[in-house]
Ligand binder design. Structure first.
Ligand SMILES: [Zn+2]
Length: 88
């Protein structure tokens, strides 16, 4: 009797167990960090010195443990950023 009750609860309990998915949230960049990176880069792409379509890019990707710190962010134009992304 006790055995059948515990088995019943066990069966219903498994329904609430969900597979946990590793989900990395992209934290928005701090404005201070953006300003610092922008000033360091002089408002230009740090690869090709273009000043068009600039984006803030993580040097070490967030998925690999990179952080939103000044040292891990660089200013890239869209072209360089895409090129970097496709290489990885
Ligand atoms: Zn560039």
């Amino acid at each position: 009797m006790a055995d059948s009750v515990s088995r019943w609860f066990g069966a219903s309990g498994t329904r609430s167990v969900r597979a946990t998915r590793p989900y990395l949230r992209r934290e928005p960049l701090n404005q201070t960090v953006k300003d610092l990176v922008w000033n360091r880069a002089g408002g230009r792409c740090e690869y090709c010195a273009s000043n068009e379509f600039l984006e803030f890019d993580h040097i070490v990707p967030v998925s690999r443990g990179g952080s939103n710190t000044y040292r891990n962010i660089q200013l890239l134009c869209q072209t360089c950023n895409r090129r970097k992304g496709s290489r990885l």
